[in-house]
Structure formats: structure tokens, C-alpha cells
Design a protein around this ligand. Structure first.
Ligand code: GDP
Length: 189
């Protein structure tokens, strides 16, 4: 399976008719700076599709991309960026939770991106728990595996698996293009 076309449609901050137009939605969430934009760009083979910013945490809209003319890729704002004040962080959480749990939108899959080198953090595990409680179909992308020493890989993944539990975990590296095919198959299948 391949992504043959990808285009930005629009950014939304609340109700929108596209959320219920029947096209399957695949949501991408993760902490700020985890590499979410980079993952979206490598999946769609478009270096500029999602913005990778040197000052993360500013995007507070839900960005809708249309892939293969028949799926929405839904890019949610990154959470947990230290330079965003508490109020700002809370607004981001509320927007993410509204879209996932209260908007009536249905996700075919929810892709939760974590930093494989750091391991899942408290915010990631809280998010995972909310996703589980709401019965979402979850894929974990463990990004930045190129940063882990080869000799530490096995131990680090045992740690990640222990914290994440029984979910599909895709080891991923944007820089080394590892996991790209596997993730595309998971979201399009
Ligand atoms: P976002 O805030 O989650 O959208 O993160 P970005 O896509 O802006 O990426 C944040 C930083 O992580 C950038 O400097 C990226 O170049 C870097 N990055 C993203 N993916 C990888 C990866 O797989 N490996 C490494 N080493 N760095 C990555």
C-alpha cells in the first residue's frame, strides 16, 4: 500500500462538516517535538506538508490533510511543550480531547507518537489511558530509534512495551526511514 497523494485541506478549531462526511479519519497525536510533523512528512513523501517548527507548540489548530483522495489524516496539536503556559497547554488538551472524544468524529485509527529514546512520558501514558477507555484503535509509533545505541535497543523496547501494554508498537525513524511502510500499511489497511 502506498500514499500517492496528500494535500492540506484546512485547519479547524471546532465543529466542521468534514468531520462527519464519511471519509475515514486517521488521527496523529503526540507530545510537542516528538517528531509528529516529520513523521507525517515522511509518510506522505512531502518535506513541507506538515510544518516542522523550531518553536513547537504554536500550532493550535487541528489540521486536516486528504490522503489518496479517500482518507483524512488529522494532525492534532502537540501537547506538553514546556514553553507554553499552563493555560495554553490546557487549551491544547481540551481541543485534542474534544476532537477525539466529544466531537462525534470517528477515527479509523489513532496514531500516538512517542520518543523511543526517552520512552513514554506521563502525558503520553495519560493520553493512552484516555484512548483505551474510549475504545480507540491505537497504534504506537516509537520515533527517533536512530538515537538509541544498538546495544540498548532491546532493553529500551522491553521498557516501552512494559509501559505501553498490548498495543501495536512500530519502531520508527524519520531520519533513517525505518517503519514507514509498516505505518502506511497500518493506517490504510
Ligand atoms: P513535532 O513538534 O512533533 O511536529 O516535531 P518535529 O517534526 O518538528 O520534529 C522535532 C525535532 O525532532 C526536529 O528537530 C526533527 O528533525 C527531529 N526528529 C524528528 N524525527 C526524528 C527522528 O526519527 N530521528 C531524529 N534523530 N530526529 C528526529
Amino acid at each position: 500500500m502506498k500514499i500517492t497523494s496528500a494535500k492540506f485541506i484546512k485547519g479547524i478549531v471546532g465543529e466542521d462538516p468534514m468531520l462527519s462526511d464519511g471519509k475515514p479519519q486517521v488521527a496523529f497525536i503526540g507530545r510537542s517535538n516528538v517528531g509528529k510533523s516529520s513523521v507525517i512528512n515522511v509518510l506522505t513523501n512531502n518535506k513541507n506538508l506538515a510544518k516542522t517548527s523550531s518553536f513547537p507548540g504554536l500550532t493550535q489548530e487541528i489540521n486536516l490533510f486528504l490522503i489518496n483522495e479517500d482518507h483524512y489524516l488529522v494532525d492534532l496539536p502537540g501537547y506538553g511543550f514546556a514553553k507554553v503556559n499552563k493555560e495554553g497547554q490546557e487549551r491544547i488538551f481540551q481541543l485534542i480531547k474534544w476532537y477525539l472524544f466529544d466531537s462525534g468524529a470517528e477515527q479509523k485509527k489513532v496514531v500516538l507518537i512517542i520518543d523511543a529514546n526517552v520512552g513514554p512520558m506521563e502525558g503520553d501514558l495519560d493520553m493512552l489511558q484516555s484512548l483505551e477507555q474510549n475504545g480507540k484503535d491505537i497504534i504506537i509509533v516509537a520515533n527517533k530509534i536512530d538515537k538509541i545505541k544498538k546495544s540498548d535497543l532491546k532493553k529500551q523496547f522491553q521498557k516501552i512495551e512494559g509501559l505501553i501494554g498490548p498495543h501495536t508498537i512500530i519502531p520508527f525513524s524519520v531520519d533513517k526511514k525505518i517503519g514507514v511502510k509498516e505505518l502506511i500499511n497500518e493506517i490504510l489497511q
